[in-house]
Design a protein around this ligand. Structure first.
Ligand SMILES: C[S@@+](CC[C@H](N)C(=O)[O-])C[C@H]1O[C@@H](n2cnc3c(N)ncnc32)[C@H](O)[C@@H]1O
Length: 276
């Protein structure tokens, strides 16, 4: 019989969240990552793949204090997507906060577990500090080339974001994971439901750093892109999301998308068996 992800086996006693939605291979917890990363038992995750709030969008604090729509979206206000929490910290408090959850999440990971963190150029120096401060080994940086971006006269285009990656201590080379690329080329998703949603195929490519069938944690689940990608690629996934609107949008999206995907899988299997 197929295993089912049981949250009570991953969390310490008395730490079950008041709100959690999920299916056989995934769960998303509604709440603050700072609280829940401390609540997991040691060594229950095989990888952390996440896209934290960058607290970026400007080099001055008044620019960073704008809403996430003002900072990261060019949509007209009538079509604006919900804003999300946790994106207004200044440089020092963001780095401190990153180091704190990164420290706690490391204990919830197996030895050698990989971690991937999305970030932009402005926060790149701070995130690499926070990662190492929290005890992870920083192993490199992959590039998400978004292709299209605003041209800037006399300057380089800012057309990339970065995937800072590392591991929880030594990372054996004989893990059953193939050679992965260092650059991923995907445009921003069309019809997105989250202000800073990542392309689904990008996440499917990035999670391949985890051993096949492993359990992935995304502590900043947003629209659930990592969770959806993970389940469709044969992993288990746990997400955490604090913003009410995105907890609802993300869990609905993952549920509907996985239902459609499972039906498609069944149809394909039926067609295959009819051919035989
Ligand atoms: C950059 S977005 C992630 C987007 C996601 N990768 C996607 O494709 O939809 C970061 C998310 O983290 C959430 N967040 C911010 N602070 C949080 C916290 N302390 N605990 C849990 N989630 C948090 C925000 O609400 C936001 O949805």
């Amino acid at each position: 019989m197929e295993n089912t992800l049981k949250l009570e086996e991953l969390l310490m006693e008395g730490m079950m969240p008041t709100e959690v939605i999920g299916g056989k291979k995934w769960k998303i917890l509604h709440g603050d990552t700072l609280k829940y990363v401390k609540a997991f038992k040691p060594g229950v995750f095989d990888a952390v793949i996440t896209d934290p709030p960058y607290a970026s969008g400007g080099t001055k604090q008044n620019e960073r204090n704008r809403t996430t729509n003002q900072k990261y979206s060019s949509m007209k206000s009538v079509n604006a997507l919900p804003d999300f929490d946790g994106d207004n910290k200044d440089q020092r408090s963001w780095t401190h906060w990153m180091a704190e959850w990164l420290y706690d999440v490391r204990k919830a990971c197996k030895p050698g577990a990989p971690i991937c963190l999305f970030i932009d150029w402005r926060q790149y120096p701070s995130i690499t500090d926070a990662l190492q401060w929290a005890g992870w080994i920083w192993r490199g940086t992959a590039v998400w080339d978004k292709g299209n971006s605003r041209p800037q006269k006399g300057r380089f285009r800012q057309q990339a974001e970065y995937i800072v990656w590392g591991s929880n201590g030594p990372m054996p080379v004989n893990r059953p994971v193939s050679c992965l690329p260092g650059v991923f080329r995907y445009g921003n998703p069309q019809n997105r439901i989250h202000v800073t949603e990542k392309p689904l195929q990008l996440m499917k490519d990035v999670i391949q750093i985890c051993e096949p069938g492993g359990r992935i944690l995304d502590p900043f689940a947003g629209a659930g892109t990592t969770i959806l990608a993970a389940v469709e690629e044969g992993y288990e996934a746990v997400g955490i999301e604090v913003t009410d609107a995105y907890f609802k949008l993300g869990t609905d999206r993952v549920q509907f998308a996985l239902e459609a995907w499972e039906n498609e899988q069944k149809e394909n299997q039926k067609k295959e068996s009819e051919k035989e």
